[in-house]
Design a protein around this ligand. Structure first.
Ligand code: AP5
Length: 293
């Protein structure tokens, strides 16, 4: 045999991921008699694959490995938690490592407020009271961001959305289903301290805390700003809203929820999240990355 590497084109996989893979004439015609024994139906490709390759294993003569052309579905992650539980802080660390597109409902709303749009003006009324901004503003805004090419290509990290069952239902209706739902759990007495000490760098967008994550230089310290809803009084209202809605949201994602202890240092919180994401990727890789027959 001149070559031990065969290109196999699975034309129908991405258009119909549920269709079982069979040894079509296109496949068998390229394989030698011994290769045509491969039970293709045992290969379980539930990813968005359009082209792949089988290579004869060097170590195991009767084995084949899927070696290239595998384009896995990008990760789709949701992160949730009470106000100041550390969602934004963890999103900085997650995007740095996993290169996902960070979509924060609160940031999108604050951008509308800053731009002085009609939606921003209406949203601010609710944000100042610590209430949820109406769905007709938030749902479309988040959907449009999720549909942007970068989110589709790189995967997304949705922060602070959905916050009600109606938002979760709308998202599902648009076809957006997360792979994992991360819930940061932090006792309420810690949350108030985190909120009142939080500061933001308008230049880099980085989140600081006067006690737990102080600015690196005097220059940065001098330009830090505080969010208009970061007072003790307002965080208590936000907390009430969160507590009223969290169970309804959790019930929609129970099977993919990972609870994380958010009261630890930010590095230790990230270690837990990173382990959950690595585990998820490992499971995917096990099902599509290598197949021995
Ligand atoms: P949003 O901006 O999402 O606010 P939030 O949910 O209250 O959450 P925060 O941004 O306050 O906190 P965080 O969890 O990101 O914590 P962070 O990492 O900054 O929403 C604002 C408003 O917009 C809502 O009230 C609502 O009105 C509206 N809204 C948003 N989404 C909506 C939706 N889907 N539908 C309708 N309305 C919506 O950390 C906080 C502080 O703690 C920082 O100073 C940080 O340095 C520090 N810190 C973080 N982690 C640690 C740690 N492990 N140890 C010590 N300090 C830490």
């Amino acid at each position: 045999m001149a070559c031990s590497c065969y290109s196999v084109k699975f034309m129908s996989v991405s258009s119909n991921p549920n269709k079982p893979l069979t040894s079509s004439p296109l496949v068998t015609s390229k394989l030698s008699p011994s290769y045509s024994q491969i039970p293709f139906s045992s290969l379980n490709f539930n990813q968005n694959l359009s082209r792949t390759q089988l290579r004869k294993s060097k170590n195991a003569p009767n084995s084949f490995v899927v070696v290239s052309g595998i384009k896995a579905e990008p990760l789709k992650v949701m992160i949730s938690g009470a106000p100041a539980s550390g969602k934004g802080t963890q999103c900085e660390l997650i995007t740095k490592k996993y290169d996902l597109v960070h979509i924060a409902a609160g940031d999108l709303l604050r951008a509308e407020v800053a731009a002085g749009t009609e939606n921003g003006r209406r949203a601010k009324e609710y944000m100042e009271k610590g209430q949820l901004v109406p769905d007709e503003i938030v749902v479309t805004m988040v959907k449009e961001r999720l549909l942007q090419p970068d989110s589709q290509e790189k995967g997304w990290l949705l922060d602070g959305y959905p916050r009600s069952s109606s938002q979760a239902t709308a998202l599902k209706g648009f076809g957006f289903q997360p792979d994992i739902f991360i819930l940061l759990e932090v006792p309420e007495e810690i949350l108030v301290e985190r909120v009142v000490g939080r500061r933001l760098d308008p230049v880099t967008g980085k989140i600081y805390h006067l006690k737990y994550s102080p600015p690196e230089t005097e220059e940065i310290a001098a330009r830090l700003t505080q969010r208009f809803d970061d007072t003790e009084e307002k965080v208590k209202l936000r907390l009430l809203t969160h507590n009223k809605n969290v169970e309804a949201v959790l019930s929609m994602y129970g099977d993919i929820t990972v609870r994380v202890d958010g009261s630890l240092s930010k590095e230790d919180v990230f270690t837990q999240i990173d382990a959950a994401l690595r585990n998820l990727l490992g499971q995917r890789q096990a099902s599509v990355g290598s197949v021995a027959v």
